[in-house]
Design a protein around this ligand. Structure first.
Ligand code: AMP
Length: 343
């Protein structure tokens, strides 16, 4: 019985519940301050307490993961791992990591990210390498999985410099921090969630969600005349809600997922295995513009903890993304090919 491990944050409950439902062992690497939250849930077999998530790199955690029941635990990466560790640190982890750990570097680095999205022929907004060339409404984004915190909109170079200086002054972004600027894409936000199984050789569409971001959403509730021009709204994620796409959009969603997997095979072998997400907006013409991807499970799948509608269609039973991951691990372990799903 293989053990599934993850960090105590983001989508840990869903991942470990899914593992337990598939009959696997469960282990949580948990910051002490969050212990009481996770002790409430009976499906977590073992909690390894740490002062900071960065301690997952230390020998004590490594030996817990190595010595898990059923052989070395498989660590399921999520947004908190990407946000808290550098790509080098993630690649140095001794235990098997579900999916392809090298993909996490391509998620974290905006330049690599753009390269892979272009290779996958995803329709991207134009990037603006030199902010003084901003001519149209654009968004400045931080590197890595910042969760939208510190992002801001600017319509000119001067606007960019003023807002950036204000955020540095407030300590939201660091002096000299490298920001990525991209033209703002208008439309309906959609986060498209997929799973690629190297065992079955198939890309599955799991579902879609929308993110709710503060305080950009709050802005829409204030009449334009009363909006304070001196205020720079952020895009800090607070939660997610389900989104059902028009069925006529599904075919293209599958194609984008498949192109992404094929492109990742060429650039980051063995490519994108396991869950991933393509993030963007649908414009008025029904065309998708992709501004981002996540190369691991996204927190938006938490809305389908009891199973996504599309997985009910595929599997005939409620299957969450956490459970889908566990099923892949179980099938690979039974075939003696765990390294095909955790690299
Ligand atoms: P990201 O970290 O790239 O997922 O961006 C966080 C949030 O910023 C998204 O959920 C969107 O609300 C917004 N966003 C990012 N890039 C763009 C873009 N090019 N056009 C419009 N909104 C964007």
């Amino acid at each position: 019985m293989t053990t599934v491990a993850t960090l105590g944050s983001h989508c840990a409950l869903q991942v470990l519940k899914g593992a337990k439902d598939e009959g696997l062992g469960t282990m949580l690497v948990c910051e002490r301050r969050r212990e009481s939250l996770y002790r409430r849930f009976g499906f977590i077999d073992r909690i390894v307490l740490v002062d900071r998530f960065e301690d997952v790199l230390g020998e004590r955690c490594a030996s817990e993961l190595r010595g898990a029941p059923g052989g070395p635990a498989v660590l399921v990466p999520h947004g908190t791992l990407v946000a808290r560790l550098s790509p080098d640190q993630m690649e140095s982890i001794g235990s098997p990591i579900f999916g392809n750990r090298r993909m996490l570097r391509w998620e974290s680095d905006r330049g690599l990210k753009e390269k892979l999205m272009r290779e996958a022929r995803l329709p991207l907004p134009a990037s603006v390498p030199d902010p003084s060339n901003i001519r149209t409404l654009s968004i400045a984004k931080r590197q890595g999985a910042a969760g939208g915190r510190g992002y801001f909109l600017a319509s000119s170079g001067a606007d960019y410099r003023a807002k950036r200086a204000a955020l540095v002054g407030r300590g939201v972004i660091r002096e000299g921090e490298d920001l990525y600027v991209q033209e703002y894409a208008r439309g309906v936000l959609a986060y498209l969630q997929f799973f690629h199984s190297p065992l079955r050789g198939d890309v599955e569409f799991f579902g879609a969600d929308q993110r709710h971001e503060s305080d950009i959403e709050g802005l829409a509730r204030i009449p334009a005349g009363e909006q304070d021009a001196g205020w720079t709204p952020s895009f800090n994620v607070i939660g997610n809600s389900p989104l059902v796409l028009r069925e006529s959009l599904l075919e293209e969603a599958y194609r984008m997922g498949e192109r992404f997997v094929e492109a990742s095979r060429r650039l980051v072998p063995p490519g994108m295995n396991g869950p991933f997400c393509i993030e963007g907006v649908y414009g008025a013409d029904g065309r998708f513009t992709a501004f981002e991807f996540s190369a691991r499970i996204v927190a938006g799948t938490n809305i389908y903890m009891d199973g996504s509608p599309y997985y009910s269609l595929l599997y005939g039973e409620p299957v969450s993304m956490g459970r889908r991951i566990a099923r892949e691990i179980k099938e690979a372990a039974a075939a003696g090919s765990l390294d095909a799903v955790a690299a």
